[in-house]
Structure formats: C-alpha cells, structure tokens
Design a protein. Structure first.
Length: 364
C-alpha cells in the first residue's frame, strides 16, 4: 500500500519524506527539486510489537510497513501539462492515499511559489488541478456511456446518471470523496473509475517549532476549510523534527521533543494516521523464531489474513487459533493463555480484530 506526499513546490514535502523514511531525498529552496518520485518503506510504530518481543524474546522482529512516495511539486496548470503536471498526476494515480502538505509557517528565507503564505489558496490550487484531471476522465467515460444510454440500455442510463453527478460536482470544485453516493452506485460506477480526488487524504500542516503542539491561525483556517471533507488534519513541525532526527542519541532526541512539548515524534503519529487512512490494521504472529506484525484490510476474514503470509495458507485454510492481544499480555505467554482457556479456535467466517495474535492450520 502506498501513500503519496503531495503539495506545491517548497512546502516541505521532501523534508517530510526524509523525516519519515530517514532517506535523504534532495530538498532545496527552489521549485521542482523532486522530479522522479522518491520511495521509502516506513515502519509503522506500534508499542504492542515491542511488548510481544519482551514477552517472547524471539530471534527477530518484523514490523508492519507503509510505502511513502515523495511526488514532484504541482503548479497551477498541471492538469494541462504545466510544470511536471502529467508526470505528477500519473504518479499520484498510482498511490492509495494522499498526504497533502500545506505550508503553515512564515519564513522570508524560504521562497513560496506564489509570493506569500496562504494554505487555503495552496490547497485549492492542488484540489482544482486534481479535480480537472478527474473531470477529464469522467468526460471520456460519459462520451462512451451516452451512446449506449440513448439506445435504451438501462445499465448505461444508470451509469450516465452517476457520471453526470460526478461531472456536476467536479465542475463546482467538489472532490469526489466529498460527494454522497449509495453504496451500490459507488462500488459499481465510482470506485472502478479510480478518480484521484476519491483517494482518502490527510492534510499535514507544516508549522514552525512554536506551533508544533497547538498549531496557529493558518492551521485553524485549514481545519475550517476541510470540515466537510472526510479528511484528517495533522500538525507537524517538519523542519524541527528533521533536525531532531539528525541526532544519533535516542535520549537526546527525546529530550528535544519534550522541550517543544511532544511525547513522541509527530512523524510517528503521521505514519500511524497514514496506515489508518489506508484502511489497514495489524495482526501478529509470535514465536521464538519471529514476532511479526502483518498488515491486512479492516474487515478481513481469517483465511484472507492467512493469505497475507502465503496464498497456500488461504487456499488450504482449516482454522485459526486466536489470542486477543490484551489476553496475551495479561497472562504473559501463549502457554499460560491456553491454561486459562483464553485461546479461541475460529473458522473461515471469523473477522480478524486489530491486535489479534494468530496461528493458522491449513492443508494443501
């Protein structure tokens, strides 16, 4: 699963990417510093994994991961190919969720492409370009569907009505994620279209150190602007956290975080938020060889969870042995959980819960 970092040039995208992945993407004070997208595989911070490691003492520990993509800065006219528009829009289409970085700090030494700081204008610039690209996609589909609808094809007429609703809203500056559809219409017609503005979005307000905890007036404007969207807003002092990340000593990093009022890096919160945005959750396998976090969709069944380990596990699934995370921790070991009668046997219809510790029995 991929989350793409997007925003205007010079808002802090590459600095954020470096902060998240500890990679060293080039970041500089001029537009289009990032041309080819940088990709980093980021561990999902999870204190439960550390606790299981302490209890089991395995040979190795493997966390869940999210792929983060740092995409080139977008400018007005991108939907028509301005700047790196076509390349940008192609890269963002390949991601599953959007991390939209908005500049919410003043600094005369860092140039803004539009000359002054206005996160709402910046947001609207990118929204408009993505909406225009989606409108182009919808218009192409409409041209095909209208011909079939005119012949009396009921299915085509239904699709035409959904596409016309999409077109009307996009032309009014409304992103697809904010348009209401019935579940059937969404699954049948909207979701297969893979529209960019249908992707879930997390707005990252890039602030200075003084606003790292409580935000500022720019952040308040952003929160008000997105209140009708199905979106989350996260405040992050990207430059400050990048500087803290440069420190080698863990205790020193923690001390600096506490000095600005944070109990953990904001980047950790962002990674967990991205994981949630992608509709992902975690289950664990725990043994002396390995304690591992596995990523599954929220709502996945036990066989689907088994299939993440190996497709044969799903094909030949017999049953799952399941321990709730809290039961595992409170009893201290798998053996003691069994003695207490807290290990459950679940079948093919079991919906896996976040944090379940699981073993699978299968036959191929």
């Amino acid at each position: 699963m991929k989350a793409g970092i997007v925003g205007l040039p010079n808002v802090g995208k590459s600095t954020l990417f470096n902060c998240l992945s500890n990679a060293k993407a080039q970041s500089a004070n001029f537009p289009f510093c990032t041309i080819e997208p940088n990709i980093g595989v980021v561990n999902v911070p999870d204190t439960r994994l550390q606790k299981l490691e302490d209890l089991v003492n395995p040979e190795r520990v493997l966390p869940a991961t999210v792929e983060i993509v740092d995409i080139a800065g977008l400018v007005k006219g991108a939907s028509k190919g301005e700047g790196l528009g076509n390349q940008f829009l192609g890269n963002i289409r390949e991601t599953d969720a959007i991390l939209h970085v908005l500049r919410c700090f003043d600094n005369d030494n860092i140039i803004h492409v539009d000359g002054n700081i206005n996160p709402i204008r910046d947001k609207e610039t990118i929204d408009m370009e993505l909406q225009l690209k989606d409108l182009e996609t919808v218009d192409k589909k409409l041209d095909k569907v209208k011909r079939a609808a005119k012949t009396g094809n009921k299915e085509a007429q239904k699709e035409e009505s959904v596409l016309l609703k999409l077109k009307e809203n996009l032309e009014a500056g409304i992103s697809v994620r904010a348009i209401e559809f019935s579940e059937d219409d969404y699954l049948e017609y909207v979701n297969p279209s893979q529209l960019i503005t249908d992707k879930p979005v997390l707005y990252v307000c890039n602030v200075d150190e003084n606003a790292a905890v409580s935000g500022n007036s720019y952040v308040d404007l952003v929160k008000d602007a997105v209140k009708n969207e199905n979106a989350e807003v996260l405040v992050l002092a990207v430059g400050t956290e990048a500087d803290i990340n440069e420190l080698d000593d863990y205790e020193e990093r923690q001390m600096f975080l506490q000095d600005i009022g944070l109990d953990e890096p904001g980047s950790s919160k962002l990674i967990r938020s991205a994981y949630k945005l992608l509709n992902q959750q975690t289950y664990f396998t725990a043994g002396v060889k390995e304690v591992r976090a596995w990523t599954i969709d929220v709502g996945a069944t036990a066989p689907q969870a088994a299939g993440v380990i190996h497709t044969d596990f799903e094909k030949g699934f017999i049953r799952a042995e399941v321990i709730g995370y809290d039961d595992y921790v409170s009893h201290g070991s798998e053996a003691k959980v069994k003695e207490a009668g807290k290990m459950r046997v679940e079948g093919k219809n079991y919906i896996v819960k976040d944090g379940d510790v699981m073993h699978f029995l299968f036959n191929v």
